[in-house]
Design a protein around this ligand. Structure first.
Ligand code: SDX
Length: 434
């Protein structure tokens, strides 16, 4: 980051001496005021619950312009990447800073492909879960459990160890997610096949059975690969910030990623895709498009506690570029599968049309986000609603591990330890008679 010639001065109304702070600028986006000396010089903290105005770190991986609805991975616009690359190209880009050339792609794809198996004892670990366990509960456990198998790459200060862990996590997440799905069905786990693409292999592990050959549908493979691309990273969102904070203690990468899986599960974050599809199914069951107006009145009534899931975003105050690409993918998959008249897709399009004209949404700059259409595509592919967030976690693993590694490669990084505004009881003695 570059020191700006601007300064920020904090003055106090009680006559205390003003404090001057340096201002830094990045390559694009808002400048930052470096307040690291504030507490030392004023005895005061800043107060920013939810980090609405706080840059927690410096990063060169992903840039979002919320007003423009722009998303860049290492400077490349998401729409161009979704059009011209596959998910492993994006993994290489996010991890290494640029797109792979031919030789680099061949080597990287082979490296990932040859790490897709998990330790055979993971099957025994799986037996501890009920068949109806939520896949995110299973995935949180499985990812954390990986740290029990890989003691050979736990020196987080060693870039090679960090790279080995990154490859292992990117390669094994599809296997773990597919195992969680097969476990829920009571079907045998399907081993990875090295002659399939990353996404084709995942579809095979998900939907093949030992009883017959499974042919990967190329339209579905391309659509799911694009879904992975759209979910790969997203700046300092809640789960990425969780991975950074967890990793800042020096814990192993598998534990840090397991923390990210747990955070992503929430309905305000990655769990919104599951919640959105449940919302659409419930609306469809209770009258569908004819009842949209009534439903929207509930959404606008604060006392109802009902939100339009898949809408709104902390950063995007314009259309989430991923939602546009997801809608296009929806149309492609539905028509390829002969589901053009999918009632849920029509319902979602009607909800979007009404919301984008309604002052409640327009005034609050609420637009569809990545989760609004992703569930419809996944449902059309045959992925159960309960697995949507696990698929999001599969795709986001590369972003999490790249951000984790970026943090650890900064020689000045420290363990994260926010402070608070304390409003509890002041010191008092324990009563001797109780
Ligand atoms: C993801 O951070 C990321 O980058 C996340 C993500 C990623 O890739 O990592 O993009 C993935 O998590 C996308 C978001 C998925 N979540 C949802 O779709 C759940 C529904 N959306 C929201 O709950 C909400 O919009 C958030 C959580 C996404 C953002 O919340 P904020 O920024 O804290 O905004 P807010 O809750 O303060 O809302 C501002 C206003 C409020 O009304 P007022 O108090 O101003 O009257 O907008 C209203 C809210 O009530 N509002 C909504 C709404 N979202 C916000 N009202 C109805 N429906 C909604 N969906």
């Amino acid at each position: 980051m570059q020191l700006s010639d601007k300064k920020a001065t904090l003055s106090f109304s009680d006559g205390s001496a003003p404090i001057e702070f340096p201002v830094y600028q990045g390559s694009v986006g808002p400048d930052v005021i470096d307040i690291r000396k504030l507490y030392g010089q004023s005895g005061m903290f800043t107060y920013d619950p939810g980090f609405m105005s706080t840059a927690a770190c410096e990063s060169g991986i992903t840039y979002i312009d919320g007003d423009k609805g722009q998303l860049l991975y290492r400077g490349y616009p998401i729409d161009q990447l979704a059009q011209n690359c596959d998910f492993l190209d994006i993994c290489y880009l996010i991890l290494n800073g640029d797109l792979p050339d031919g030789a680099q792609k061949t080597e990287f794809d082979s490296l990932v492909t040859n790490h897709t198996m998990v330790h055979e004892q993971m099957r025994i670990f799986m037996q501890g879960f009920r068949r109806d366990a939520h896949p995110m509960a299973v995935l949180t456990g499985l990812v954390g459990a990986l740290s029990a198998f890989y003691h050979d790459s736990t020196d987080i200060t060693n870039p090679h160890h960090r790279h080995v862990s990154a490859i292992r996590l990117i390669a094994k997440m599809p296997t773990l997610v597919a195992m969680a799905y097969k476990h829920s069905l009571g079907q045998p786990y399907i081993y990875p096949k090295n002659d399939l693409s990353y996404t084709g292999n995942f579809l095979h592990m998900m939907f093949a059975t030992p009883c017959e050959d499974y042919k990967v549908n190329e339209v579905v493979e391309r659509a799911l690969d694009r879904i992975f691309i759209l979910h790969a990273d997203h700046e300092q969102n809640a789960s990425t910030s969780t991975v950074r904070l967890c990793g800042s203690s020096g814990t192993n990468p598998f534990a840090a990623i397991a923390a990210g899986v747990g955070c992503l599960w929430g309905p305000a974050h990655g769990g919104a895709n599951e919640a959105c599809l449940q919302m659409l199914e419930e609306l469809q069951a209770n009258g569908g498009v004819a009842k949209v107006g009534e439903f929207m009145e509930k959404v606008k009534d604060k006392t109802s506690g009902v939100r339009l899931m898949g809408f709104g975003h902390r950063v995007y105050k314009n259309y989430d570029p991923r939602a546009k690409l997801m809608q296009e993918t929806c149309k492609e998959v539905l028509s390829a599968l002969g589901l053009e008249n999918d009632p849920l897709f029509k319902l979602a399009m009607e909800l979007e049309r009404i919301a984008l004209e309604d002052p409640y949404f327009v005034e609050r700059k609420l637009y569809p986000n990545v989760d609004f259409y992703s569930g419809i595509v996944q449902r059309a592919i045959g992925i159960p609603t309960s697995l949507f967030t696990a698929i999001f976690a599969l795709a986001r693993t590369v972003g999490w591990i790249a951000q984790w590694s970026e943090m650890l490669s900064d020689p000045d990084y420290k363990i994260g330890r926010p402070r608070q505004l304390y409003t509890g009881s002041q010191v008092r003695d324990v009563p001797t008679q109780r």
